[in-house]
Structure formats: structure tokens, C-alpha cells
Design a binder for this molecule. Structure first.
Ligand code: PMP
Length: 392
């Protein structure tokens, strides 16, 4: 059974066969007309997937953390004030990055499992002086979805640049960069974009790019200290490829870009609204199954994401459950948020996931619980999920 494990972690995820096949094609020169076409098309597809036709897409070798640093360095420089909406592990990581750049960071923290309080954010913004606000759309450590539309509107009203970490949301949750006037959406290839790990993907508004340009001309010598993390170095390269002409700054990850292009094409063929609805249907059915098994979900129902669910272990069960579920054929993730690291586990459910994958996962969790001595009514969770799927 090696190799037959179902990967249900919050990235990397199960990949479609055509995406995997694109990885195994010839590695062309990054200046080859065929590759120029692939990267150019992939960039256009990023605009479509993020609903960001007016924004500038970037596809850069690196992980989501690199995407976070590229975004942070584009909007923030030493001495700036930044407001971090703190909903968990990855918001905290963003705060650390901003502090390393030399920003003065203020946090508005949401209670574990809950969305941030908009009134508190409004009060903080009204205090004035912030250059940028950062929002983690879905925090992968809690499964909480933040209200990006409302938060971005508040930022705009106070003339503050907005940065949205969409690593665990883009391609699965509703995210409308242009309509919601978000300045930077950043994500990575290995989650709901449905490609292997290794690519940082971003889209930046004209306002964000203008900000970066103005800073460079206004304060020579205070450019982004890292060349790789300076979006202005990548900008002409991305523009050239999208116009179907080759350019070089740093070698693109040719085969990963080929895979990303195929995957983004699949997302667009499914349709973003249909994709969001499919993820919601599966996530709702999962929560119905978990509730029937009397497993407590970390995120409040109203803000529970469609991509990842953090679940508390029932009494008498610990991290050994993950190994037991793996023995039953399904790979889950351990806890990540410091407050619930050893008392929770996480299920990723994004990308190519089907209702059958969900039922297989719930079945494996039930058997894992039984093996680990947990109280479980075998089949009850699966049946509840079946009912939820059948009516939705
Ligand atoms: N932000 C969020 C919300 C994430 O879930 C992750 C990865 N789990 C990251 C940032 C960092 O991405 P990476 O691990 O690809 O560096």
C-alpha cells in the first residue's frame, strides 16, 4: 500500500495527473519560446484566479514564506508602522518578518478560533499612521477565515495598503482582489492552486507598485536591502513574459511553472464560483461528520474555512491518532498553533479533493479513534457527512 496514502494535510496536496505529467516534461531553456508562452499564460491565469485583472502578477521560485517576505518588503520599510491582524501562527510569522525589516508593529489579535473584531481594527486604524495592514485570509493553524473584504475596505478608508496572505485560501475561498481593492495577495503553489510546492505567487495593485517605485526614487540608498525580495527587480521580467518576450533576472523554476500553468488552467475551467462552492460543500459535510463524532472544531462555525479544519483530540486520545489514521491510509497534520499544538490535529481539504476523499478520511479517523481507545460510533461520522453531501 505504499504510495496509496491519501494526503489530507494543508499542503502539499493531492495533485491531478495532468499536473504531475507536466512536471515530467522536458526542461526547456527559460528563454525558449514555448516556455515563454507557458509562463506568460500562467501569469495571465493568476490574474483570472485571483479575480485581479488590474493587478500585476508575479510567479517567483520560492515557498509561501518567500511570497510573504516579497509582499512585506514591497509595502514596508524601516521605521514604518504596520498593523497585523493576528489570527494565528502565520500572522505571527508576518509580524516577525515586519519587525525584522524594522517596522513598528501593532497587533489586533483575535481570540483562538474567532474572527478579529472589526470595531477594534477600525479603532486601531483611526489611531493613524499605518503604512500597511496584513491579514491572513485563512490561518492554517486554526482554520479561521478572516473577513478580508471588510478588513480591506477599512484599510482603504484609512488610506492604508492591504496585504492578504492567501496561501491557505487562494483558489478555494472567495477572494476578489480587484473588487475588494486588496493591494497585495500572496500565495504559494502547493495548496488550493493545485501544484507542487516551490512557487511563490503574488498579485500587486498599481497602488502597491507605485508605492514601491516612489520610495525608490524618493530615498535612494534605501531600496529593499535584498535584491531577490525587491518586487521592482521582478516586475520587468513578469511584464516581459506576459507580453510573450523572454527576460532574465533569476532562473524560473521551469518545470514547476509548467505544472502551475496546467493546474491554473484546470481551476479556470472549473470556474472560481463553482470551485468555492465545491470546497464549501465538502467542508460543511466534514464538519457535520466531525460534530457527529463529538469532535470539537477549533474555528467557530461562522468563520470555519473551506480549506482546513483544526480539530481537538477527544479525551484520552493524543497525537498517536495521526499515526493510527495513517495506518488506515490517510495522512493528517499535527497541531501547529502554540496554544493547541499538542491538543489538536488538522485536516486539509482543498484542491482536487472529492466527496469520496472526504468520506475515506472520516472513515479512517473513525477507525483510528477506535484503535486508539477513543469512544466512537463507527460509521456515524461517515453517515452524517453522506447526509450533508446528499442535500447540498
Ligand atoms: N501562510 C499561510 C497561511 C500558510 O498556510 C503557509 C504554509 N502552511 C505559509 C504562509 C508559509 O508557506 P510555506 O510553507 O510555503 O513557506
Amino acid at each position: 500500500m505504499t504510495g496509496r496514502h491519501l494526503l489530507m494535510i494543508p499542503g502539499p496536496i493531492e495533485l491531478e495527473p495532468d499536473v504531475l505529467a507536466a512536471l515530467a516534461t522536458k526542461t526547456r531553456s527559460h528563454l525558449d519560446p514555448e516556455f515563454v508562452d507557458v509562463l506568460g499564460r500562467a501569469l495571465g491565469r493568476v490574474r483570472e484566479v485571483l479575480l485581479a485583472p488590474s493587478c500585476q502578477p508575479f510567479v517567483v521560485p520560492g515557498s509561501g514564506t518567500l511570497a510573504m517576505e516579497l509582499a512585506a518588503n514591497t509595502v514596508i520599510e524601516r521605521g514604518d508602522a504596520a498593523l497585523v491582524i493576528d489570527t494565528g501562527f502565520f500572522s505571527a510569522r508576518m509580524a516577525t518578518m515586519l519587525e525584522r525589516i524594522g517596522a513598528r508593529v501593532t497587533r489586533v489579535s483575535a481570540p483562538l478560533g474567532r474572527a478579529p473584531d472589526l470595531a477594534e481594527v477600525e479603532r486601531a486604524l483611526a489611531g493613524g499612521g499605518f503604512r500597511a495592514i496584513t491579514i491572513t485570509h485563512v490561518d492554517t493553524s486554526t482554520g479561521v477565515r478572516a473577513p478580508v473584504r471588510e478588513l480591506a475596505a477599512l484599510a482603504r478608508a484609512h488610506d492604508v495598503l492591504s496585504v492578504v496572505d492567501g496561501v491557505c485560501s487562494a483558489g478555494a475561498e472567495e477572494l476578489r482582489q480587484d473588487a475588494w481593492d486588496v493591494d497585495i495577495v500572496l500565495t504559494a503553489s502547493q495548496k488550493a492552486l493545485g501544484a507542487p510546492p516551490g512557487l511563490a505567487v503574488l498579485a500587486m495593485s498599481k497602488r502597491a507598485i507605485e508605492h514601491a517605485r516612489a520610495r525608490r526614487t524618493a530615498r535612494p540608498g534605501r531600496e529593499v536591502p535584498s535584491l531577490y525580495l525587491d518586487a521592482l527587480e521582478w516586475l520587468p521580467i513578469m511584464q516581459a513574459y506576459e507580453a510573450r518576450s523572454p527576460a532574465y533576472f533569476a532562473t524560473p523554476a521551469v518545470n514547476l511553472v509548467q505544472a502551475l500553468d496546467v493546474s491554473l488552467g484546470q481551476l479556470i475551467a472549473e470556474g472560481m464560483d463553482a470551485r468555492v462552492a465545491r470546497h464549501q460543500r465538502i467542508a460543511r459535510a466534514l464538519r457535520a461528520g466531525l460534530a457527529t463524532l463529538e469532535l470539537e472544531i477549533v474555528a467557530d462555525e461562522a468563520v470555519a474555512s473551506s480549506t482546513i479544519t483544526a480539530v481537538r483530540y477527544p479525551s484520552g486520545v493524543d497525537v498517536g491518532l495521526i499515526a493510527a489514521v495513517r495506518d488506515e491510509g490517510v495522512v493528517l497534520a499535527a497541531g501547529l498553533h502554540p496554544a493547541i499544538k499538542t491538543t489538536s490535529f488538522r485536516i486539509g481539504h482543498m484542491g482536487a479533493i472529492s466527496p469520496s476523499d472526504l468520506l475515506a478520511t472520516l472513515g479512517a479517523i473513525e477507525r483510528g479513534l477506535a484503535r486508539r481507545g477513543g469512544r466512537v460510533d463507527l460509521g456515524a461520522g461517515v453517515a452524517a457527512a453522506q447526509r450533508a453531501l446528499a442535500i447540498a
